[in-house]
Write a protein that binds this ligand. Structure first.
Ligand code: N01
Length: 553
């Protein structure tokens, strides 16, 4: 923004007013690919990103131990054969620094940065019905006028920091795993608390314990975690995949989760297998490591009784690894395995055998406040105080809707998205919202998104949106909007198929249960990527069935 002198000779800030075809919010993997695709198709595109660089979740989540839980040969873009051939991943599961370097490489290679405004946040988006265009404003008072808005804001990028009384008076330092400082944190000689035991905690706890003087972990709900067995990638393995990378990607797109096509998935029932063979199967999956554990049998997420076999197998592993039986029992999750996203770890449970690590169970005695010196717990008849130099909030995210609703979005008739979604998100295909024409959500609620390899889902969504915009341009159409009945039917379908699984049976962030006051609605689409992709393709083949397409007079 520049300064200028107005008619009265007074210096004023000159607001930037820019007209473009598409504004994209966010420069993570979704925003970057959308920019590349739309620009290639000839559109004028502006990306606005609150961070100082590309990478999205991998830009913000720099906590120690941050690592992808999808294998690196699969967690990467497939749109460019030369990109996938030239980039070399080093480990089975990539760490955050390597994934961020990859995102930066993609930005350089495809010259993306020139169309991204960094260190700037979109604050509002208003639909102007008379023109079928959006007015977008930012925290730097800049305005953009665009026909389309693409929310590429990520599913897990709005941090959930519990509203603990007294936090502002805490004399030490505190951090959230999802807003980790770029310069890192030195825990040497410190007494540290980690609050939470989700994926971020499970990855960071072993690394923090190695460095800190003392670590206390505050656990509300224990989680299931499967070892990553992370390792350096062997050249033969990489060459084998690269020799037919396109086929490998195509196979992955046919799998329900968008990854793991080479993984053995068993479809037989856990009830049809004798105890010895059953445990043998679980044992071999445990030895392989990672998410594939739940593919040991075909019905582990369909039946509570069947699920218990897998859950008890993991609990027995925890009891074997953790020396103190009381601590082991506290670490044993009691919910359905897979109902919360399963964690993939390196040395998590064994960390509780260290002399400098203590587990505090806060299920029945929650954190009551943060004092100047640490954390207070309300026990039966007294307040217990723990002193710390550093607090780490590994307390997760306002998932799937948080980052979309952080922008004040107003559609037709001034309808506010936060009002429309007051009882939970409603979308058609997780891509579009009735009342909000020309606005697309990438991997939005109602799409497979977080239940799949995110990059595969992102590519599928961006490709669909680009084709849709091309379709409109070729027919001089100026607006597209999900119809109310199509949206209602989709929401009903998403809920109905989630209800046939065990997913809604526990307090997960999929349900919004981790954020106080958030409506409990199962947000991702559980039908799997192939079925979902086919549905999207059918909709476009049928001339965008379920959408109203109009032309401004
Ligand atoms: O967050 P979470 P996360 N007092 O919501 C606890 C992805 N991810 O950042 O379970 C005390 O899972 C909360 O307790 P409870 C991945 O998809 C991916 O760890 O609500 N505790 C829970 O233990 C993952 O699923 C990678 O009872 C409180 C924890 O904080 C998703 O991000 C790596 C509390 C939050 O766990 C989120 O993971 C890391 C309170 N007031 C993350 N509030 C990859 O590998 C919350 N908690 C790609």
């Amino acid at each position: 923004m520049q300064a200028s002198v107005n008619l009265w000779g007074v210096m004023t800030k000159e607001r930037m007013q820019e007209r473009c075809d598409v504004v994209i919010v966010g420069a993570g993997f979704a925003g970057m690919y959308a920019l590349h695709s739309l620009r290639k198709a000839g559109y004028k595109v502006q990306v606005i990103e609150r961070g100082s660089d590309v990478g999205g979740t991998w830009y913000w989540n720099r906590y120690p131990g941050a690592r992808c839980d999808v294998e690196s040969m699969e967690y990467s873009y497939s749109f460019s054969e030369s990109l996938q051939q030239e980039w070399n991943w080093t480990e089975r599961y990539s760490g955050q620094p390597e994934i961020l370097r990859y995102a930066q490489h993609v930005a350089d290679r495809f010259d993306l940065r020139c169309d991204i405004r960094f260190n700037e946040s979109v604050v509002s988006a208003n639909y102007r019905e008379s023109e079928d265009r959006w007015a977008i404003t930012t925290d730097k008072d800049n305005c953009f006028d665009a026909q389309f808005v693409i929310m590429a804001t990520g599913c897990l990028s709005s941090t959930n920091i519990p509203d603990f009384e007294g936090l502002e008076g805490f004399r030490g330092d505190w951090y959230h795993t999802g807003l980790w400082p770029k310069e890192g944190v030195d825990f040497s000689g410190k007494k540290v608390a980690v609050i939470g035991t989700g994926s971020s905690a499970i990855q960071s706890i072993p690394r923090i314990a190695e460095q800190a003087d003392h670590l206390t972990v505050f656990q509300r709900t224990p989680n299931f975690s499967i070892p990553a067995h992370n390792r350096q990638l062997k050249d033969e393995f990489v060459e084998d995949i690269k020799s037919s990378y396109a086929d490998f990607r195509a196979q992955n797109r046919l799998s329900i989760t968008g990854f793991g096509s080479r993984m053995e998935r068993h479809e037989d029932s856990v009830f049809d297998t004798e105890e010895g063979d059953r445990n043998q199967r679980f044992e071999s999956k445990w030895a392989i490591g990672g998410f594939g554990f739940l593919s040991a049998f075909g019905d582990l997420l369909a039946s509570t009784d069947g699920n218990k076999f897998a859950a008890e197998f993991v609990r027995n592993k925890i009891r074997e690894i953790v020396h103190d039986p009381e601590v082991a029992e506290l670490l044993c999750p009691q919910q359905v395995i897979g109902c919360k996203r399963i964690c993939v770890d390196t040395d998590y449970f064994v960390t509780f055998n260290r002399d400098n690590v203590v587990l505090v169970d806060i299920k029945d005695t929650p954190i009551s406040r943060v004092s100047e010196h640490g954390i207070q717990i309300q026990a039966a008849d007294s307040i217990r105080e723990y002193e710390f130099d550093t607090l780490v909030f590994a307390t997760g995210f306002d998932a799937m809707t948080g980052s979309v609703l952080r922008v004040d979005i107003r559609g037709r008739g001034g309808l506010q998205l936060k009002d429309k979604w007051h009882a939970g998100p409603r979308t058609y295909l997780g891509l579009s919202i009735h009342g909000f024409p020309n606005l697309f959500t990438i991997s939005g609620p109602g799409s497979p998104s977080v239940l799949t390899n995110m990059i595969v889902s992102i590519e599928q969504h961006v490709d669909w949106v680009c084709s849709c915009i091309e379709y409109m341009q070729s027919r001089a159409l100026t607006s597209i909007e999900a119809k109310n009945d199509a949206e209602n039917a989709w929401v009903d379908h998403v809920n109905a198929i989630a209800g046939e699984t065990l997913y809604p049976s526990c307090n997960s962030w999929y349900l919004g249960a981790n954020v106080p006051g958030k409506p409990r609605v199962f947000m991702p689409y559980v039908g799997g990527l192939p079925m979902y992709t086919e549905k999207c393709e059918q909709v476009s083949r049928d001339g965008y069935a379920g959408f109203s397409l109009t032309k401004l007079n």
